[in-house]
Design a protein around this ligand. Structure first.
Ligand SMILES: *Cc1c(COP(=O)(O)O)cnc(C)c1O
Length: 386
């Protein structure tokens, strides 16, 4: 069954991203099984890594997801306005005047300093409501959070809160996807020295979490209560060497269709800047997408696409809305499906391939696919028996 975001756009646009919710379901079960006793915070920031914030959240909520994580307040509000009831932790830094909105929408706040925790407490008190917060400890990322060497003061302050539920405490790794785990282990030991605060005072500690996808696969952090999983949910590995440790599959594929066919003569350069030409007659097709859709210009003359089960070279500079592909003596007709990411026949192009052509990481390829590309959802789940 195909659920299309809006029928009109997907009919009008021969370029679309396909999101297979059946694969998402499989990945969800694989990850929750792997996490065993640990609760999973599923990370949905940046439009659920390009997969569509609301649809992905609703699907995971239907599967019984325990907690969601987003980067920004606005992402949390969008989920609440769509009717999502699951707990949502907003991971990013906050500005004081945002706090009432966090409380109003029942969003969990990251408290990254004493000053911010005090602001949260005062705002909750003045609203006559309870705020929910997770304390953020910086153990070596130098992004947000209270430095580990002065974090005890934040924990002390948190004990005074009456209007704020200190539900969790967390840190974030800088190098968790690397084979060399020495820096990660240093961060763990810094974090543990802070957590000892609760033991020393015989206090029940709040939920503890530190691992992202990379650390979930490489680190034994079973003493933690929760893990935060992003990229793995979408079936992409944070780094190639982590592939063997868990079996997840890509949820996203990207298709377009041939809109123009021609033969290009020798010494007739293709596209802006004339960066590519052939020394013999060759068949070239034009595709209706470009860097304005998030197919990065940096991939010009490096990218490959699939047509009729064969891999072909993208040639000439990628334009904003169009790009060319060299068929040599291959065959393609107007209207033929072209796969930019995903499988066709026996061939596959992975997000990791695009990342290497663009000189970036898979995370950026996933989040850069523009929202003007319609998302089409596949869901073969049997309808609920009543
Ligand atoms: C994005 C993010 C994650 C998820 O990272 P993945 O590598 O995608 O699993 C976890 N924690 C924080 C704080 C993040 O910003």
């Amino acid at each position: 069954m195909l659920h299309e975001d809006t029928l009109a756009t997907s009919v009008l646009r021969p370029t679309y991203v396909t999101i297979d919710l059946n694969v998402l379901t499989k990945n969800y079960h694989t990850i929750t099984r792997h996490a065993a006793d640990q609760k999973v915070i599923f990370i949905l920031k940046a439009n659920a890594y390009g997969h569509g914030l609301i649809k992905i959240a609703q699907h995971l909520e239907g599967l019984g997801a325990y907690y969601f994580g987003v980067a920004y307040l606005e992402e949390g509000i969008m989920l609440r306005e769509a009717g999502v009831k699951t707990s949502i932790l907003v991971l990013g830094g906050i500005i004081g005047n945002q706090i009432p909105l966090f409380i109003k929408h029942d969003l969990t706040i990251t408290a990254s300093s004493i000053e911010k925790l005090k602001q949260i407490e005062q705002t909750a008190q003045s609203m006559g409501k309870k705020a929910i917060a997770h304390l953020k400890i910086d153990t070596g990322m130098e992004r947000i959070g209270m430095h580990y060497y002065s974090a005890e003061a934040l924990l002390e302050e948190s004990l005074k809160c009456k209007h704020t539920l200190i539900e969790g405490i967390f840190t974030h790794f800088a190098n968790a996807d690397e084979e060399d785990d020495s820096y990660t282990l240093l961060q763990v030991s810094r974090f543990e020295s802070i957590l000892a605060f609760y033991n020393k005072r015989n206090l029940t500690r709040p939920f503890v979490h530190m691992s992202n996808s990379g650390a979930m696969l490489q680190l034994k952090d079973t003493a933690c209560d929760m893990i935060r999983v992003g990229i793995l949910l979408y079936g992409i590995y944070p780094a190639p060497h982590l592939k063997l440790l868990i079996d997840v599959s890509p949820v996203l594929s990207w298709q377009t269709h041939v809109v123009f066919f021609k033969v290009v003569k020798p010494d007739h350069p293709v596209s802006y800047g004339g960066a590519w030409s052939s020394d013999h007659n060759t068949r070239v097709v034009t595709l209706p997408l470009g860097y304005g859709d998030g197919y990065m210009r940096a991939m010009s003359n490096k990218a490959k696409v699939l047509i009729r089960g064969r891999k072909y070279d993208q040639v000439g500079n990628i334009c904003m809305d169009q790009m060319m592909v060299n068929l040599e003596d291959g065959t393609a007709y107007n209207g033929d499906e072209v796969v930019l990411i995903g499988r066709q026949g026996d061939e596959e192009i992975r997000i990791e391939d695009l990342a290497s052509w663009a000189g970036t990481i898979p995370y950026e390829i996933m989040t850069i696919i523009n929202t003007r590309v319609p998302r089409v959802y596949i869901d073969n789940a049997p309808s609920m028996l009543s």
